[in-house]
Design a protein around this ligand. Structure first.
Ligand code: HEC
Ligand code: HEC
Length: 340
């Protein structure tokens, strides 16, 4: 992780300069900005949980296996489905008791680069997430004890754990390490935008190119949706949350700005991930652009970057044309065979 964060610093320093320079001449040389959006060559795996093929394979099997839920009906993939760009198409996630949770299932695309995790950032590492949903009564309604018991009773699983970690009992930590290793391999595919960044001028339309200039200029989007990930890994109130929705402010009660602040989501595969926002409250991208154009709810916590934008109808269309270039072609997903 450290290497990655060091790598981010120059981009973080550059961005305000580029924005300031672009403020007067929005449409000037958008291709110069392209270099800020280049994809990295490698997935960062932490030293505490290095990649191995056997660990990733085990993690994949666990991720898709409903055995992790109390009633054996829901897996991680029920809410983070590869065919829906690793979310579920619902405004709010539905757990085992068929009741909606308070939050929308976020995508797991490029999760290796996202930290902290969760809409309000309460998970510090990817490893620490898994037993959140597993142990939650309203989500997967299982427990550490039940998961270990069930997996340990299946010789195929015992073998897979031994292959990945060496001989020894199955533990909660091993389940966490394997799941996180697999999740880090969930990387967004090459989108038309990436081909354009790499120099193919025909890869996106002229409308989308104008949209990219707006994204980095007049519409201010890139001040938060930055780099190839389209997130600053930070938290903001964009004026969408209901007054009762505290977000990150729950953990920082004295901070004015963190009240109603939620994680900036990636915009990768955005066209395939409706509805939008932490509460699934916006049905489509037109509704998202309209929200930003209005400037959302004006309150002390609202980010200084969120102001009425005065976009023309053409500019709104161009922004959406640009957002559409961030979606990669759908890939067929293969569900692993479960040991039984
Ligand atoms: C019932 C639907 C549901 C199931 C099942 C589920 N999740 Fe999630 N997942 C969510 C929701 C909702 C959130 C947002 C939680 C939050 O912000 O506190 C989330 C958040 C996450 C995140 C953080 C993503 C981010 O961008 O911050 C990860 C990682 C994750 N889940 C992995 C898993 C794994 C691994 C499993 C299986 C062990 C799993 N999930 C099962 C709905 C689900
Ligand atoms: C001040 C930082 C900030 C700025 C500026 C900003 N966003 Fe966002 N964006 C966020 C945050 C934070 C969220 C999640 C808010 C929530 O769920 O409460 C979000 C959510 C979104 C979503 C929904 C993503 C999803 O997975 O649900 C889209 C699409 C989006 N923004 C596009 C844009 C566009 C286009 C612009 C420019 C017009 C823009 N954003 C400007 C921070 C920002």
């Amino acid at each position: 992780m450290l290497r990655w964060f060091l790598g981010l610093i120059p981009i973080g320093l550059l961005l305000p300069l580029v924005l300031a320079a672009g403020a007067n001449k929005v449409s000037s040389a958008p291709e110069d900005l392209r270099s800020l959006y280049k994809r990295p060559a490698q997935i960062p795996f932490p030293a505490s949980n290095p990649y191995s093929e056997s660990k990733a394979k085990l993690g994949q099997t666990l991720f898709f296996d409903p055995i992790l839920s109390g009633s054996r009906t829901r897996s991680c993939a029920s809410c983070h489905s590869p065919s829906l760009s690793w979310t579920d198409g619902l405004p709010l996630a539905i757990g085992e008791n068929q009741k909606p949770l308070k939050l929308k299932s976020p995508t797991l695309l490029n999760i290796a680069w996202i930290e902290p995790l969760g809409w309000d950032g309460h998970f510090r590492t990817l490893e620490s997430v898994a037993f959140g949903p597993i142990g939650s009564v309203s989500n997967m309604n299982s427990s550490e004890k039940l998961v270990i018991e069930r997996l340990s009773a299946i010789p195929g699983y015992v073998k897979e754990f031994n292959d990945a970690f060496g001989a020894g009992p199955i533990t909660k930590e091993k389940v966490e390490l394997a799941l996180a290793t697999y999740e880090r391999t969930i990387v967004s595919g090459e989108a038309p935008f990436d081909r354009w960044v790499n120099g193919d001028d025909q890869a996106i339309s002229n409308d989308a190119k104008s949209g990219f200039a707006l994204f980095n200029g007049k519409a201010r989007c890139s001040s938060c949706h930055s780099s190839w990930l389209f997130t600053d890994n930070s938290f903001h109130d964009i004026g969408v949350a209901r007054a009762s929705d505290e977000g990150r402010g729950k953990y920082f009660p004295s901070s004015v700005k963190l009240k109603h602040a939620f994680k900036t989501p990636t915009l990768r595969d955005i066209a395939r991930r409706a509805p939008y926002m932490h509460d699934g409250s916006l049905k489509n991208l037109n509704a998202v652009i309209d929200l930003y154009n209005r400037g959302g709810v004006n309150r002390p916590s609202r980010s200084a970057q969120i102001v009425p934008l005065q976009l023309t109808e053409t500019e709104k269309k161009e922004l959406i044309a640009f957002l559409d270039t961030l979606t990669s072609p759908a890939k067929p997903s293969i569900v692993p065979v479960f040991p039984r």
